[in-house]
Design a protein around this ligand. Structure first.
Ligand code: GN1
Ligand code: MG
Length: 402
């Protein structure tokens, strides 16, 4: 494939972090905003910059993403709503390219669903709203803004309530992969270089640890040892690619449970959201992110680690849903590694939280002092749980593949 793979690249910059940031309320607070407050934005002007139907009425914060500032805009006496986001430019250095990727992917999905005669595709695929200048971004003094049609009658969940939800989420991400299987990955820009290149995350971790700029390493001794003991796992995905077991695809790269919307009435998965990270990638990481977020029922930042562990029936539902959704488009190598997928993504995600903790919370939004360390502990507990149950997980995968 012509595209230079993320596995062949090295990141040459550190993430996030800028000297004006005080770390009190996460990565995209204004530096002078008091803790827990949202800076003020000119929502009416922002709504006018986009081709929204009807007159702007109100805006309120929406969802609990770790990266952007997200608002729900109401227009036209409550009849039209839009999801509006201020892009976190400390994470996404090139918002134009991010929106270009999203535009390519959403157009492709709309066309695919139209060809299949899907009636309610406006609720099944995100639709970006154009600005009055025919662009997908609007820039004001506070940064870059974008808008999407709000999908009514749908809900996101940050924890799995049961097997049918797990099945549905995995089916949705599986269909997403299948519907994009004919879009050449090189059409997309790698907007976050090495985003799921686990060895690079180890390099960043060791760099943060070496500097220990906030004196936090002494709080994280067991987690540091845990991460270092698993360094060799990081090399496996690149080997699988080299051996031809895994193809580059257009992947979502942030397939946690709360990035799927479910229909309020039927409970069926409706739409995959949060398309910032659509890039060339490996299905391994998409399925793994599902495992770490939906094969258990604990909150991502719980401090009650006894509640954290993979439940085999939830994992089996994820496998069944993903295989149903991908509909035969996975290679045998991809199918064989669905058990490993959760291990590598929980490890990588825990490592990213740990690195951000050491760096002083410059990437993920945080609400409390040790928030990132607590999140790291949950991921590492999931890694342990997967390791303890690997034979069973692989057995589930084998049986599902028959
Ligand atoms: C971020 O944007 P959000 O909150 O869905 C992060 C993911 C992490 C996740 C951990 C661009 O996802 O990679 O897995 O937090 N997104 C980015 O919850 O870094
Ligand atoms: Mg999200």
């Amino acid at each position: 494939m012509a595209v230079k793979s993320p596995f062949q690249r090295k990141r040459d910059r550190t993430r996030g972090g800028s000297s004006d940031y005080d770390g009190r309320r996460g990565a995209n607070r204004e530096p002078d905003a008091p803790p827990g407050t949202m800076p003020t934005f000119d929502f009416a002007a922002i709504s006018q910059a986009f081709s929204m139907e009807g007159e702007y009425r109100s805006a309120r914060p929406h969802g609990n993403g770790h990266i952007h500032d997200t608002f729900l805009f109401t227009c036209d006496a409550g009849r039209r709503r839009y999801l509006v986001q201020r892009i976190n430019e400390r994470v996404f250095l090139d918002p134009e390219r991010v929106m270009q990727n999203i535009s390519i992917v959403t157009r492709h999905l709309h066309a695919t669903l139209a060809a299949r005669g899907v009636a309610d595709r406006a609720r099944r695929v995100l639709t970006p709203v154009q600005s009055r200048e025919d662009r997908l971004l609007h820039r004001d003094a506070s940064g870059y803004w974008r808008a999407f049609d709000f999908i009514e009658g749908a809900h996101g969940f940050d924890r799995a309530t049961g097997e049918s939800m797990a099945f549905e989420a995995a089916r949705a991400f599986g269909e997403f992969a299948r519907d994009l299987a004919d879009l050449p990955p090189e059409r997309l820009t790698e907007t976050l270089p090495a985003f799921h290149h686990t060895p690079t995350h180890y390099v960043e971790f060791e760099r943060a640890l070496g500097a220990d700029a906030h004196g936090r390493a002494r709080q994280a001794g067991p987690e540091i040892a845990f991460a270092r003991a698993r360094r060799a796992l990081a090399e496996i995905p690149s080997r699988l690619v080299r051996e031809g077991q895994m193809p580059w695809r257009v992947t979502h790269n942030d397939t946690k449970l709360d990035n799927v919307l479910f229909d309020e009435k039927s409970g069926a998965a409706l739409c995959v959201v949060d398309l910032d990270t659509v890039m060339p990638g490996l299905s391994l990481y998409d399925f793994g992110d599902l495992v770490r977020s939906a094969a258990h029922r604990a909150a991502e930042d719980t401090t009650d680690l006894d509640t954290v562990g993979i439940e085999i029936p939830l994992f089996a539902a994820l496998v069944a849903g993903y295989l149903a959704g991908t509909g035969g488009c996975l290679t045998p190598g991809e199918r064989d590694h669905l058990g490993f997928a959760g291990q590598i993504v929980a490890l990588e995600t825990g490592l990213r939280f740990l690195t951000d903790y050491l760096l002083g919370d410059v990437y993920f939004k945080t609400d409390r002092e040790h928030h990132n360390l607590e999140r790291c502990r949950v991921q590492f507990r999931l890694v342990e749980s997967i390791e303890a149950q690997m034979a069973e997980l692989e057995d589930v995968v084998r049986r599902a593949g028959r």
